[in-house]
Design a protein around this ligand. Structure first.
Ligand SMILES: Cc1ncc(COP(=O)(O)O)c(C=O)c1O
Length: 365
């Protein structure tokens, strides 16, 4: 009996039958450029500060942590700026959990969430896990999305939740704020919660505005962020959002009690106190990212403009063969299932060189 058959013998919810769990391949490969982690590691001074902060929590670990994670919310508000205060901030174990809580509060049976694929593949999975229907909007053939087009689709679908991913995963490109404004207005009729997922915001080109600037006067707008990418803390699991205080009150209705451990809170607060050091590598990652875009174009491929720490590229006749060839060369990239395309995370300078050189020889071969 295979795993699916065994699973189907259980009294599983009908809507989960036949579904596959989210999972990028987890392989033991020297150069991991497949899940858009920060490849540059945690700097030594930040590691020391985190270690000290965590050690200070140990004596009190018999007690539940601060349910309101007040110090963390205050530190996150200070990091984001834009006049935000702790009442605007919320956090959870990764932005995946933040998004799940939003669906628990504002989605659910009889309600619909809408996204614009290709986009972050967890949106439909989070919708399905919370019994929320998922409506897939359309992009142009070049994967772009204009304000007018997005707004028309939102008006027609009248969803309860809209996911706008900016910079978008897997394409890497940021949306203009005109798209967010137009979608917000189009969602008025269905009172849609508009979630702008800015997981990669810190990697955007200079001058790319954040949807944080649109929050005043828009109580249905939510901007979600994470410490998994620019802050190099994917392993710590800390995602957060900024929104009107009533949105965070809604999330208090669905969060588990004490969902953020004392260790997580201490780690994130210490990281925010050392943000200069943690974010110092962002500039080099952007350099490597731009190097990949230029290098792929020089190889005759078709990279999408990227505001993130990864590059989505087309022009491949047989992406699976290239994926396998790179793996054989010790480089794991991501096949996101879009014909002719692959996605690669910006590595360190040395990793990026191995990726570009290996790809060049595979294309020649
Ligand atoms: C667009 C986007 N949003 C959210 C996430 C979730 O990140 P985390 O749960 O680590 O904060 C990811 C992770 O890759 C992502 O690409």
């Amino acid at each position: 009996m295979n795993q699916l058959e065994r699973l189907n013998q259980l009294p599983l919810r009908d809507d989960l039958r036949g579904q596959h769990p989210y999972g990028a391949p987890q392989l033991d490969v020297p150069i991991l450029l497949n899940v858009n982690e920060n490849t540059h590691g945690v700097p030594a001074d930040a590691r020391e500060a985190i270690l000290k902060a965590v050690a200070e929590q140990l004596e009190g670990l018999n007690r539940y942590p601060d349910r309101e994670f007040t110090e963390l919310r205050t530190a996150l508000a200070a990091y984001l700026g834009h006049g935000l205060t702790l009442d605007n901030l919320w956090a959870a174990n990764g932005s995946n959990e933040v998004l799940q809580q939003l669906l628990q509060a504002f989605g659910g049976p009889g309600r619909t969430a809408m996204g614009f694929p290709p986009t972050y593949s967890m949106y439909p999975l989070l919708a399905s896990g919370t019994g929320t229907a998922y409506a897939a909007g359309r992009r142009k053939d070049d994967f772009s999305l204009t304000a007018e087009d997005a707004a028309a689709q939102v008006r027609a679908a009248a969803p309860n939740i809209v996911f706008l991913c900016s910079p978008n995963n897997p394409t890497g490109t940021a949306l203009g704020l005109d798209v967010v404004e137009a979608v917000y207005e189009a969602g008025e009729a269905s009172q849609a919660i508009i979630i702008v997922d800015e997981a990669y915001a810190e990697f955007a080109h200079d001058g790319t505005p954040s949807a944080l600037s649109l929050l005043p006067g828009r109580p249905r707008l939510v901007v979600s962020r994470t410490m998994s990418k620019a802050f190099a803390l994917a392993g710590a699991r800390l995602g957060y959002l900024a929104a009107a205080p009533e949105v965070t009150d809604a999330l208090r209705l669905v969060r588990l009690p004490y969902h953020l451990s004392a260790i997580t809170q201490a780690t994130a607060v210490a990281a925010l106190r050392n943000s200069d050091s943690l974010l110092a590598n962002v500039e080099d990652i952007k350099v490597q990212r731009d190097r990949i875009v230029a290098g792929l174009a020089a190889l005759g491929l078709d990279p999408a403009p990227s505001d993130s720490n990864f590059v989505f590229f087309g022009g491949l006749e047989n992406p699976h063969a290239i994926w396998q060839g790179l793996l054989d060369a010790g480089v794991l990239v991501r096949d996101v299932g879009i014909p002719g395309h692959l996605r690669v995370t910006a590595g360190t300078e040395a990793e990026t060189t191995v990726f570009l050189d290996s790809l060049a020889s595979l294309l020649k071969g």
